[in-house]
Design a protein around this ligand. Sequence first.
Ligand SMILES: [Zn+2]
Length: 339
Amino acid sequence: MKEQLEEILKNGVQEIENVQDLKALDELRLKYLGKAGALTAILRGMKDVKPEERREVGSLANLVREKIETALSEKLAELENAKLLADMEKEKVDITEPSRGIKRGALHPITRFNNKFMEICVEMGFTVIQTPEIETDYYNFEALNVPKNHPARDMQDSLYITDTILMRTHTSPAQVHAMETLKPPFKIVCPGRVYRNDDDSSHSPIFNQFEALVIDENVGLKDFMSMVREMAVRLYGKDVKMRIRPAFFPFTEPSIEIDATCQICHGKGCSLCKGTGFSEFFGGGIVNPKILEMSGIDSKKYSGFAFGPGIDRSVMVTNKIPNIKYLFRNDLRFLKQMR
Ligand SMILES: [Zn+2]
């Protein structure tokens, strides 16, 4: 039995020494110290040992068990340490690796235009307001002198939610909201998205406009023209040239379209301005007194002018964007080019 124990000690320590992984080490623990293990079997056989030898064999058996346990725990510590080092090596942060760089975003061209134009408006004393994108028929049409039989009211042209509620087709309802809530004199401007049932390469169901309204005593066409000219100068520089064409809008009388020097060819004439050297700037006119009265403003005391361009066309021209849809697709490849 002594020889058996010495054999177990020799082989056990040797095997534990050679183990390379935690699973094999655990198997060795079972092989020697487990319930069915070699050492356990010997200790169970102690009852058959002669009484005079029992003491010696017993203490040898304990010594063997201690040595095997020590070998096991030393090996366990060694293997765990090695595993930790290997894991750390794997997760090591290489501080010399070049950085991937910070991806910078950019403002959308519409936002850039709006920011620039709103800044000019605020400098000129306008208050920037926001009004709902979902409007009633009254605010979108009726209060703006758009009669019941006007084609803009047709389902083909407007996006209706119910018979009387629709996506606003222009920012002009802002005029009505302002006249109902503000006391004249005032100057407001309302930028925002508008919606029409229109979809081709130069029209999108969503597009951008802004609406400006000035209400004061004794204001007329000359004030309107000089204000628009001042805006064009602040936007495009003092060399900007302007021209005026008669127009028709249901809510202004008289109505005019104002063109400004084409910002692509600077007046020389190009394909975008069809050789004229001018591109559309603003449309507007003197607010129809009927509209003032409808919104509770005394048209004998006050007059006003309103104007509002589409923004998208101007942004498309200055950024050479061929299709209006690019402005609304949120395609990162397009937006990156707009930086
Ligand atoms: Zn041009």
